[in-house]
Design a protein around this ligand. Structure first.
Ligand code: FES
Ligand SMILES: [Fe+2]
Length: 442
């Protein structure tokens, strides 16, 4: 069977084959075709504010050092010594002009260029030859602070790759003072399941009231009417004004903003009570008067999920990253974000907003993500039933008028529709049958 017929069999109109979540060979191919083929999210610029700042991470399974080199240029170096292959940098983050491999002491500038080796008289070669420099991701670009990299020389420019997803990213940033955020620390979780289970779930409006029932109850425990948090999913979510949109290239969007009235303070009103909020709210209201509501809305969770294939989700006030570790193991990191108020638009209240924001951002990773991760692990366990081959994602398929194609070519559907999943699976299939033009630079 040719690979394209093979993958056509695995991804069908209404269902996908279990092996795309369980087969180690398919996982290995994904590391080349998906994580080597498209722009992957690497880091946020606020994590590397100064020249020489770096952090270590992964591009697929490739260990990398994302660094702002001494001249200020963003790079993604392979964290893999050219000598015998050891990881050169073992720290999670820091500031360094050079990296010295702990094994035999080869040293590299933070541009990736080899600086020197111990006792070079023992070598006959010319170390000025580029082949001894660290390999690096040839294309690293950022979009409004979000740093992406791709190994694929044929990938479109980053702006084209993001396409229609740029609009909600812009809106997510522009609501903040100075139109920006900085990354604070992270909740780090791992689950025993395939990475795509998290991506499939990222715009899933079907599971919310069932999977997150205890969270919904917690958010509403002090409320006279149960309208806090995600309670707009109760009743019939498909009749609510929220919607799901598919942008192309695997990216999708769950827009819950239409559920919330468009007036200052409406978002804050649906935020569930959290310990410690009241004192900061009082302070902000006393200082800012009528303008307090805008500040409090910035502390509340922004009701969007912007999912950038294959490894990024911008949701609430978080930047979530999906990191595959193995066919059945994934790391899910939720970076909190803080506002920065250089122009003092909030009259000294930015710290108070960030204090509440920290609380609101603790909520979902601790009380919601665990529900989702439990589902991902249960799917992975369920899929061990190898004769029962198919996973269905056909909710909404074949119902006339349910999925609309908009003028810009994107697809829009009611909140619980699985069209976004069917579409990213088609893109996955296309990528798995297209050989990327992988080029390393040194
Ligand atoms: S493996 Fe790095 S110096 Fe030998
Ligand atoms: Fe969920």
């Amino acid at each position: 069977m040719s690979t394209s017929i093979f993958f056509e069999h695995l991804v069908q109109e209404d269902r996908v084959h279990r092996s795309i979540y369980t087969d180690p060979l398919i996982f290995e191919l994904e590391m080349t075709h998906i994580f080597g083929g498209v722009w992957c999210y690497l880091a946020h610029e606020s994590q590397l504010p100064r020249p020489d700042d770096y952090l270590t991470g992964k591009l697929g399974l490739r260990p990398i050092i994302v660094v702002r080199d001494s001249s200020g240029k963003l790079r993604a170096l392979f964290n893999r010594c050219t000598h015998r292959g050891a990881r050169v940098c073992r720290e999670t983050r820091g500031s360094a002009r050079t990296f010295q491999c702990p094994y035999h002491g080869w040293t590299y500038f933070n541009t990736g260029k080899l600086r020197g080796v111990p006792w070079p008289e023992g070598y006959a070669c010319d170390f000025a030859e580029g082949k001894y420099n660290l390999a690096q991701v040839p294309r690293v670009e950022s979009y409004r602070g979000f740093i992406f990299g791709t190994l694929n020389a044929d990938a479109p420019p980053l702006g084209d790759y993001l396409g229609a997803a740029k609009r909600p990213i812009d809106e997510w940033l522009d609501r903040n003072p100075g139109s920006r955020v900085v990354v604070a620390e992270a909740n780090r979780l791992k689950f025993k399941g395939n990475w795509k289970l998290a991506y499939d779930n990222a715009a899933d409006g079907y599971h919310v009231v069932f999977s997150h029932r205890s969270l919904l109850e917690t958010e509403n425990r002090h409320a006279a009417d149960p309208t806090k948090g995600m309670s707009f999913y109760m009743g019939k979510p498909d009749e609510a004004p929220m919607y799901v949109q598919y942008f192309g290239r695997g990216h999708h969007f769950k827009d819950k903003r239409p559920n919330v009235e468009r007036r200052p303070g409406a978002l804050w009103e649906i935020e569930g009570a959290q310990p410690g909020m009241a004192a900061y709210e009082k302070l902000i209201r006393e200082r800012l008067g009528a303008r307090a509501l805008r500040a409090l809305d910035l502390a509340a969770s922004e009701p969007v999920n912007i999912n950038i294939f294959p490894n990024l989700s911008i949701l609430g006030n978080h930047i979530q990253v999906f990191q595959p570790l193995a066919v059945d193991e994934t790391e899910s990191v939720w970076y909190a974000t803080a506002i920065v108020d250089e122009a003092n638009e909030l009259e000294g209240m930015a710290d108070a907003v960030n204090a509440i924001r920290m609380r609101t951002q603790e909520s979902f990773p601790n009380f919601g993500e665990v529900d989702d991760a439990a589902n991902f692990e249960e799917i992975q366990k369920g899929l061990a039933a190898c004769e029962d081959e198919w996973v269905y994602m056909h909710r909404g398929l074949g119902i006339p008028g349910r999925v609309q194609r908009l003028a810009d070519g994107t697809l829009k559907a009611p909140a619980t529709d699985e069209v976004f999943m069917r579409e990213h699976m088609k893109e996955w299939q296309r990528l798995m049958t297209t050989r990327p033009n992988i080029q390393l630079s040194r």
